[in-house]
Structure formats: C-alpha cells, structure tokens
Design a protein around this ligand. Structure first.
Ligand code: NDP
Length: 290
C-alpha cells in the first residue's frame, strides 16, 4: 500500500527497524538470507517475501540492513533492474567510500539512494533517543521523513553520500578509544585487587568532568595556533611514565603508547612547548585544513 516499506536483513537492527514500522501500522515486507528469521515479524503483520526480487518489487522504499558492504553488493547487485525508480535506504554500516560507490551504482541504475548511519542500538529504535544520520538524495530524505522519523531522530548531512558514514565512524572512533582507555586503566589497577567495577565507579565522574576540555582543545585546533597561553604543554604531557607504569604491571601498554607516540613526534619536531592538542597535527590528513 502507500508508504509500504521493504526491509532486507532481519538481524538485530533490521528486525527492530521492521518492528517499529509495523507498530505504526505500515505495510512492511521483509526478507532475510537465512529463512526462519521473519516469523515473529510476520506474526505482527509483516509480509515475508520468498526472494530479494519479490521483496524489492513489493514496495517503493527498500531498506537494506545487512552486515557489511560486500553483503549489500551481493544482495542488491542481481536486482538492480527491480530497484529502478524506487528509493534505496542503506542502513548497513559502510565506509564513506563504500557509501559513495553505492551511490554511484544506484545513480547508474536510476535508483534514488539515501545512506544512513545508525547511532543507536536496536532497543533504542522507535524512540527519539537514538539518532540516524543520513546523506545522499535530499529529495529522498524529505519524502521519507515520516518513515525515518519512526525509527529515531533523523539528521541530514548533505548530498555527498559518504558524509553520514564518515561522521558516524569518527564518532565511533572517539567512543571506542574511550572504552579502550578505560579497560586499559582497569587492567593496570587489577594488580591492586581493584575490580573493574570499582575502577568504573571512579572513571565515570572523572572522564565526564574531563570531557569539558574537548571544547577548549577544539578552539585551539580550529584557531590553528597551538601556542595559545594557558595550555598544558606537550613537554609536560610526555606520557612515558604511564607507559612504564603499565609495563611494570605486566599490562600491555599499546593504547597509551600510541598516544605517547603522537606526542613524541611533535616534541621531536620542536613543538614541545606547545599545547597538547598539537598531536592533532600528528594525525590529520596531509593538505587538509582544520
Ligand atoms: P546481525 O549480525 O544481527 O545481522 C546481520 C544481518 O545481515 C542478518 O540479517 C544476516 O543474514 C545479514 N547478512 C550477513 N551477510 C549477508 C550476505 N552476504 N547476504 C545477505 N545477508 C547477509 O547485525 P545487526 O542487525 O546488528 O546489524 C546490521 C547492520 O546494522 C550492520 O551493518 C551494523 O553495523 C549496523 N548497526 C548495528 C547496530 C547494533 O547495535 N546492532 C548499531 C548501529 C549500526 P543471515 O541471517 O542470513 O545471516
């Protein structure tokens, strides 16, 4: 019917997306590579398609929530003809260049394409709590807002199809490094008999307070002048004592040693008296500007 949506991929995320649409009374057609994963959704009113081709033909809007880019290519490649004139929403996690390649493929086959990056776990789908970033076709985004709004808070990032993915992956990079930093610290204090839970109780308020520093670092990076007074200098930030402390406990120092390496490169280049955010220069792409 009008507003019908097809969901390809009924893993944890695909099932949550389909269920949220069913809750709003929409016509939902579902397909999964391995049979048997649609039963619960069918009991709630979904129509199960016997093939990708049949699933695509059932709705003007086709959502792919598979595993990684190759699974999207394998699944959609053979049904490019059926997708023509429809809107494809890819919610499978892909790299920015994979999203752009999918956009080019879609454009070549007359398929309207929107690429989404899900900033939520399945349990958050269907609430405003989660966020989904989109990029690609602006017209598709505008037309689909009633559908997208069912899942999460939506944000359009631009017509470059790789943008949503890049912002998503940059956000996740920060998150995983914070998680890793916490786990590394927990391993360091384990020799004291401090449990990871006790350490978490200390780290959470400390890290929360430290996040206030991000905006100050950002100002220095954006201003491009790492000599702004009042900053912690790189010389002061030498972390070799933390690396040694980790080693003394027999704990692999890889995460903190990576930070130390970025610092050391800037000190070696003669920037020891400049602020800690200068390590941004150790990482940023050649030729890019802040
Ligand atoms: P699951 O592992 O639960 O499900 C993976 C799905 O992909 C299954 O339906 C699986 O089908 C299908 N699949 C895998 N390989 C292929 C293939 N070659 N051809 C066809 N189908 C294939 O993953 P999620 O549902 O959790 O994740 C789906 C996507 O959503 C991923 O890209 C993930 O990064 C993204 N995402 C997930 C989040 C989460 O918290 N779960 C958060 C944000 C994004 P089959 O049953 O046949 O194996």
């Amino acid at each position: 019917g009008p507003g019908g949506v097809t969901l390809l991929g009924l893993g944890a995320m695909g099932s949550a997306l389909a269920a949220a649409l069913l809750d709003t009374g929409r016509t939902v057609t579902v397909w999964n590579r391995t049979p048997g994963r649609a039963e619960e959704l069918v009991a709630r009113g979904a129509r199960a398609a016997g093939s990708v081709r049949e699933a695509v033909a059932a709705s003007p809007v086709v959502v792919a929530c598979l595993l990684r880019y190759p699974s999207v290519q394998e699944t959609l490649g053979p049904v490019a003809g059926e997708l023509r004139g429809r809107t494809l929403v890819n919610l499978t996690t892909t790299t920015p260049n994979e999203s752009r390649a999918l956009a080019a493929w879609a454009a070549g086959h007359g398929i309207d394409h929107l690429d989404g990056a899900v900033m939520a776990v399945p349990a958050m789908i269907g609430s405003r709590e989660g966020q989904i970033f989109y990029s690609g076709s602006r017209a598709a985004y505008d037309a689909l807002l009633p559908v997208l709004g069912v899942w999460a808070t939506s944000e359009f990032h631009g017509e470059d199809a790789g943008r949503a993915s890049l912002v998503d992956l940059a956000m996740l990079s920060g998150m995983y490094q914070m998680f890793t930093g916490f786990l590394h610290g927990a391993a360091m204090v384990a020799s004291l008999g401090v449990s990871a839970s006790d350490f978490a109780a200390r780290q959470v308020p400390f890290l929360s307070a430290m996040t206030h520093g991000l905006a100050d670092y950002a100002k220095v990076v954006d201003g491009g002048d790492y000599t702004v007074p009042g900053q912690q200098s790189l010389d002061f930030s030498d972390l070799s004592h933390i690396v040694r402390a980790s080693e003394e406990q027999g704990v692999d120092p890889t995460p903190i040693a990576a930070v130390q390496e970025l610092i050391a490169r800037q000190i070696a280049a003669g920037h020891g008296s400049e602020g800690f955010p200068r390590i941004y220069e150790s990482m940023r792409a050649a030729g890019s500007t802040a």
